[in-house]
Design a protein around this ligand. Structure first.
Ligand code: AMP
Length: 282
């Protein structure tokens, strides 16, 4: 695996791969890698002649009160995991490399950010789409891999891909979970023992929704208030940011369950904001 820190060198390395007729798969990450990230890398290795992964803790997607400075950084372990998974290129740019002084260009996908996480994290998705557009320009992948765990992010990036003609085959891969159901996340490292137990409430809430959704097909507000009451009783110290049932394409709230809908939630366990989601079928 080759580690590269400048955009120019990364661009040239991948250009040389493409010129040899090699397909390029790409997995953007913020590091602190876990089996969820590695599942994306493995999919890329299976489907492409060469795989590039970026690790960049992107400051423009963090709000002023968020965890940028304490975001976990575990580069040695990340590098080992990527080598074992068969990654060919690790792109590891500095903040100055990605945002040269005076950089003032943004990519924003309007509309889809007015729902779910976009409401409590203003500016977050503009940071995501800007950095991913830049990484796409540098790497020029044939395929790029994202996790359903960040469903709204993946939807917004799919729209950016269409709207701005990147012509990348964008794949959304299943959520990888711990044995007890907790979705893997770099932020799980923040949880102490008792918070780790409380964090299970997200998965249990999704399971409860899957079991009961049929009974609430005509009464989505009833379903959501039942789920909120469940979270409050199971994890009294947790703080619900949102529990919503939305159209999987438009991300707009639905009031009846017809076809498929996305149940998504964000819950603070202590200071740690965790998200999870599942698709429900009527
Ligand atoms: P991050 O490093 O948090 O920016 O995540 C990088 C990519 O890994 C994103 O596409 C995430 O959706 C994906 N990802 C994060 N957690 C998981 C998980 N538990 N299962 C599958 N993919 C994940």
């Amino acid at each position: 695996m080759k580690t590269i820190t400048t955009a120019q060198e990364m661009y040239l390395a991948l250009q040389s791969e493409r010129r040899q007729g090699h397909s390029v798969g790409f997995v953007p990450t913020m590091g602190a890698l876990h089996a969820g990230h590695i599942s994306l890398v493995e999919a890329s290795v299976r489907e492409n002649a060469c795989t590039a992964v970026s690790i960049f803790v992107n400051p423009t997607q963090f709000g002023p009160a968020e965890d940028l400075s304490r975001y976990p950084r575990t580069l040695d372990a990340d590098t080992r995991m990527l080598k074992n998974a068969g990654c060919d290129y690790l792109f590891l740019p500095s903040v100055e490399e990605m945002y040269p002084p005076g950089a003032s260009s943004w990519v924003s996908v309007e509309g889809l950010d007015q729902h779910l996480c976009g409401l409590s994290r203003p500016g977050h998705f503009r940071g995501v789409t800007t950095i991913v557009a830049k990484l796409f320009h540098i790497v020029r992948p044939d395929r790029a891999y994202f996790g359903q765990k960040d469903y709204q992010q993946a939807r917004i990036l799919q729209k950016m891909n269409r709207d701005l003609d990147f012509f990348i085959d964008l794949k959304i891969m299943p959520i990888v979970r711990e044995a007890d159901g907790l979705a893997l996340s770099s932020r799980n490292r923040y949880l102490d023992h008792s918070q780790r137990q409380q964090a299970l409430v997200l998965y249990r809430c999704l399971e409860l929704a899957r079991r009961t959704a049929r009974d609430y097909r005509q009464n989505v507000p009833g379903l959501l208030s039942m789920l909120r009451a469940f979270v409050r009783s199971e994890a009294p110290q947790a703080r619900i940011d949102y529990i919503s049932l939305v159209d999987p394409e438009s991300l707009e709230d639905v009031d009846r369950l017809q076809g498929s809908a996305l149940l998504a939630l964000a819950v603070f366990i202590g200071n740690t904001r965790l998200i999870d989601n599942t698709l429900l079928e009527a």
